[in-house]
Write a protein that binds this ligand. Structure first.
Ligand SMILES: CC(C)(COP(=O)(O)OP(=O)(O)OC[C@H]1O[C@@H](n2cnc3c(N)ncnc32)[C@H](O)[C@@H]1OP(=O)(O)O)[C@@H](O)C(=O)NCCC(=O)NCCS
Length: 158
């Protein structure tokens, strides 16, 4: 069973393997090894990572007590991170996180969701009702990475 809860202090370290495996083992199907390494460097400093995660305050998804996915929702409606562990793909983890994002948006009066979505997640976002606004090129440590701005207008009665 998958459950989703708010971020708690102490979750930071467990989100890194989720991010790392999602990028290196899943998104790697769509990007070069150079882009993948620039996106999720092996030598990421744990303290800087912890600060990054504390900054976005994500929801975390758990399976049997382990964090297997996380995703955030900023007050602007922006989704910054959305990652599911390579070992927990296609079992509904992202769907559970996206449902929580929608519930939170409703509670907070957010009328539009938007994100810069990797090639590997565009199918999922589309299925969740997002539409593609613009193809973009993003630079990570000098590596050009293709992604797309995707948006979803929410029905306020939703
Ligand atoms: C995209 C991602 C978040 C989806 O996570 P997930 O937990 O496997 O997704 P779910 O199991 O909830 O999938 C629900 C549905 O979304 C769609 N979907 C999910 N992944 C998909 C993919 N790679 N391509 C097309 N459709 C996809 C399918 O319709 C799926 O239903 P199905 O399994 O019954 O066919 C995950 O693959 C991931 O972490 N990718 C790599 C990291 C990344 O690119 N993150 C986004 C950064 S912007």
């Amino acid at each position: 069973m998958i459950t989703v809860r708010d971020f708690q202090s102490g979750d930071e370290a467990a989100t890194f393997p989720v991010f790392f495996s999602a990028v290196h083992e899943v998104a790697s199907a769509h990007y070069s090894p150079e882009v993948i390494e620039a996106w999720a460097p092996r030598d990421t400093d744990p303290q800087r990572w912890a600060e990054r995660i504390q900054g976005i305050q994500p929801f975390v998804a758990l399976r049997e007590g382990d964090i297997v996915g996380y995703a955030d929702l900023q007050d602007s409606g922006y989704i910054d991170h959305f990652f599911v562990s390579a070992r927990a793909q296609r079992i509904g983890v992202a769907t559970a996180l996206m449902a929580r994002i929608h519930a939170s948006a409703k509670e907070r009066g957010i009328e539009q969701l938007f994100s810069d979505v990797s090639l590997s997640a565009q199918g999922f976002y589309q299925r969740c009702g997002f539409s593609l606004q613009e193809q973009q090129v993003f630079f990570f440590r000098g590596q050009a990475m293709r992604n797309a701005r995707m948006e979803k207008r929410l029905d306020r009665r939703g």
